[in-house]
Write a protein that binds this ligand. Structure first.
Ligand code: FAD
Length: 431
């Protein structure tokens, strides 16, 4: 007997897949969503480790994500967090307070020179590092600007001005400067999108790894580890390295240090993310990019906003891993962990005495644990390249996620890609 025919099958229930599936279901299509793991969310989730609950990957989003959740009718609340970047001689809190903004006035000439240079078309291929070194005289301001390359895990020496500007594009409107964290944590966010999808009639299957897809006579036959599915249209969350030019390079992978802290230890009030940047950001990020372990490197951490526990709260700390050292030798791991535990005191004085549990997760451990890559930027997009389009006409498949158009590697990019692909698919169905 032939299996049920869906209008759309979506492969992967990460944020992108959940968004695309819910959009299509909302438009009246009959949608099935297949996920290989035993939970939804992909990189947006939590897990238990030796009795402690930790965030897996993403946790803080541009406010465009909140707008998308409202449009999808998802029942989730967000709060606006504060972030602090600590440099050698100065800290900045975001969103910037009026006093800090006033303090920036003394750098007006540097800022104007930098922005003017960024806007000149002949500079678009040049690196952020080059433009900053030529236009910004104040060292702390220069480090502050360069630190905006760090969240993409790309050294400022490789990040083109064109790609840097895209992060702040008004058209894409990710609005990372007004960031949001979901109340209840990232897994709750993903679970709530899934709840909305199924409440409006969508069908979700977990533990279904898609192993093969065949397209014949206008129907996609999808073979999974646990049954076959048929659909008129297919949306897939799989990354498209094959659509990038030969030699395209991944961003740097992230190491995670999970910390469970005694509940009595006070996390700075009103703060979410705390980042530490030693001097010469381009220097240490480029060393990482070249596969070397620098003596000093930056990291950031956040207090996971999960439902309260009796004895502890959990903190995730991320730092980039040197290229090709994703499966790091114990000595290198130890070196990174010691550096972090020495320097974390600058962000959280006294924290070392409050650690109940800690564990260092390399990108290789991350893959083994979650079956996902610990990558923010799947492939570095060169200045003269547009990311591959979602629709692959040869395979008749819409691909979604942060390896595809539109620009932007963070979760909001993946979600916008999914939303745009779903809209195109819905329009095609209607015509
Ligand atoms: C450590 C880390 C921290 C991050 N922090 C942030 C942050 O704070 N803010 C932010 O905006 N971004 C952050 N990012 C990036 C963000 O997590 C991603 O951009 C976003 O989650 C991508 O969503 P996605 O749905 O495209 O992919 P994924 O989350 O990878 O989801 C893909 C899903 O598809 C499933 N799947 C894949 N292949 C198959 C198959 N063949 N069959 C069935 N299922 C399949 C996978 O199991 C997975 O569930 C972070 C990334 C990492 C690694």
């Amino acid at each position: 007997m032939e299996s049920e025919l869906f209008d759309v099958i979506v492969i992967g229930a990460g944020l992108a897949g959940l968004t695309a599936a819910t959009r299509c279901q909302q438009a009246g299509l009959k949608v099935g969503l297949l996920e290989q793991l035993n939970r939804v969310g992909g990189l947006c989730g939590t897990y238990q480790r030796e009795g402690y609950e930790f965030v897996i990957g993403c946790n803080e989003f541009g406010s465009s994500l909140e707008r998308e959740m409202v449009a999808l009718g998802v029942d989730i609340k967000f709060k606006a967090p504060n972030t602090r970047f600590t440099f050698e001689s100065k800290s900045y809190q975001f969103p910037l307070k009026p006093l800090a903004l006033a303090g920036m006035l003394k750098h007006t000439f540097d800022i104007q020179r930098f922005l003017k240079a960024c806007k000149q078309p002949e500079n678009s291929a040049r690196s952020l590092d080059e433009i900053v070194s030529q236009t910004v005289k104040n060292r702390t301001l220069a480090q502050l600007i360069l630190s905006f390359a760090y969240p993409s895990a790309i050294t400022p020496a490789r990040l083109s001005v064109a790609k840097f500007l895209e992060m702040f594009s008004k058209e894409l409107n990710y609005d990372y400067q007004n960031s949001r964290i979901p109340i209840g944590g990232p897994q709750h966010l993903a679970d709530q999108i899934a709840a909305r999808f199924t409440a409006i009639g969508g069908q979700l299957w977990l533990e279904r790894r898609v192993e093969a897809v065949e397209y014949a006579e206008g129907i996609h036959n999808v073979a999974t580890s646990n049954g076959n599915y048929r659909a008129k249209q297919l949306i897939s969350s799989e990354a498209r390295q094959d659509r990038f030019p030969d030699g395209a390079v991944e961003g740097l992978s992230l190491n995670t240090l999970h910390l469970a802290l005694k509940k009595s230890f006070p996390y700075p009030q009103g703060m979410h993310t705390l980042a530490y940047f030693p001097p010469d950001i381009t220097g240490w990020m480029s060393q990482m990019d070249q596969g070397q372990l620098p003596d000093a490197f930056g990291f950031h951490l956040f207090c996971s906003d999960l439902p309260p526990k009796d004895e502890y709260y959990s903190v995730n700390l991320y730092c980039t891993a040197p290229r090709h050292m994703e499966d790091m030798a114990p000595a290198a791991q130890q070196q990174m962990e010691s550096f972090i535990l020495n320097h974390i005191e600058r962000l959280l004085p006294g924290v070392n005495d409050a650690i109940l549990y800690k564990t260092f997760i390399t990108p290789a451990d991350f893959y083994q644990q979650h079956h996902l890559k610990s990558l923010v930027t799947p492939y570095i997009v060169e200045h003269n390249m547009t990311k591959p389009d979602s629709y692959d006409s040869e395979r008749a498949i819409y691909y979604i996620g942060n390896s595809l158009y539109p620009p932007g590697e963070h979760a909001c990019g993946a979600v916008l890609c999914a939303s745009q692909a779903a809209t195109r698919l819905i329009e095609t169905q209607a015509s």
